[in-house]
Design a protein around this ligand. Structure first.
Ligand SMILES: *[C@@H]1O[C@H](CO)[C@@H](O)[C@H](O)[C@H]1NC(C)=O
Ligand SMILES: *[C@@H]1O[C@H](CO)[C@@H](O)[C@H](O)[C@H]1NC(C)=O
Ligand SMILES: *[C@@H]1O[C@H](CO)[C@@H](O)[C@H](O)[C@H]1NC(C)=O
Ligand SMILES: [Mg+2]
Length: 264
């Protein structure tokens, strides 16, 4: 598989569009002959541009990566702070709303929509845009991140808040599942309320006994418990593949963009 991927990436040619692109100066590290190089997924990814890197990340072709390639820091910053990130998010939620509106729900109040929290319900752009975080191009600092979580001031991702507000009158019950530790419940709930998420059926966080389990395992377990309790997961939305893969993923899954970090 590694060899195949290597062959695949090694053979991608850079598209040399001469049309003015705001991202043209952010190709992966240029070496002397103009090719780009970067290490990702334990492979030497050759000759792929930052937009192609982002697509590979979003499609889960590149997975298990630690950091945004240094050469793509400005590209990711432009993407996250510019209108494309918001537009991409609204595209996801409008498709999801078309689907959600089109269904006839049960009378028992057991039809649920599952959401992740960070980079889904909430946006941590304020945090990630700090110079020592650099949109995920710098080493993750858990202490710093936990201090930020305690401030409970992350704004909503506008597309998702709007979608949430459209789902409620349709009769969906909302379940939030986040890998944050249960010990942060007070801060997380405060942040959600401040951001405009005023009601939910459940907000599930990681218990002490669940620390050390991967997100995909933890979230699968939570969803399975929901299904066993008689809930029907009609939709499931998150920014990580680990939010929307595993067991009992739901009738439909929706992947929001996030080129800043990867959670297994
Ligand atoms: C709406 O429901 C109909 C009937 O089940 C289906 O044919 C159609 O594809 C659905 N549209 C969307 C956007 O899901
Ligand atoms: C991590 O963040 C904390 C709190 O902001 C800071 O004191 C510490 O120096 C940081 N550690 C590193 C390695 O940057
Ligand atoms: C969801 O999937 C289940 C299992 O495949 C199916 O029985 C059910 O009809 C689906 N519900 C909707 C609303 O599509
Ligand atoms: Mg998330």
């Amino acid at each position: 598989m590694e060899a195949t991927l290597f062959f695949f990436f090694a053979n991608i040619l850079l598209l040399s569009t001469s049309r003015a692109s705001p991202f043209q100066s952010h190709l992966l590290l240029h070496n002397s002959d103009g090719a780009a190089t970067a290490a990702a997924n334990h492979l030497h990814v050759s000759q792929i541009s930052c937009p192609s890197w982002r697509l590979a990340v979003e499609t889960n072709n590149i997975f298990g990566w630690d950091l945004v390639p240094e050469a793509c820091e400005d590209y990711v910053a432009n993407y996250m702070l510019g209108c494309q990130y918001q537009e991409d998010s609204f595209a996801v939620t409008s498709i999801a709303l078309e689907y959600a509106k089109n269904l006839t729900l049960g009378e028992d109040g057991k039809d649920i929509w599952v959401f992740d929290i960070d980079e889904t319900a909430l946006s941590e752009i304020d945090y990630y845009s700090q110079p020592d975080v650099a949109f995920g191009a710098k080493e993750f600092n858990e202490t710093k991140k936990n201090e930020y979580l305690k401030e409970a001031k992350a704004p909503p991702l506008p597309a998702v808040l709007e979608f949430y507000n459209n789902l409620l009158p349709l009769g969906y019950k909302i379940v939030f599942i986040s890998g944050t530790s249960e010990s942060y419940r007070e801060y997380r709930e405060l942040n959600m309320k401040r951001a405009g998420y005023h009601t939910w059926e459940k907000l599930l966080l990681k218990q002490t006994s669940e620390h050390g389990t991967t997100s995909v395992t933890f979230k699968s377990k939570k969803r399975t418990e929901l299904v066993e309790a008689g809930y029907r997961i009609i939709g499931n939305m998150g920014d990580q593949w680990s939010d929307i893969t595993g067991s009992n993923v739901g009738n439909r899954t929706f992947k929001l963009p996030n080129p800043m970090y990867y959670i297994a």
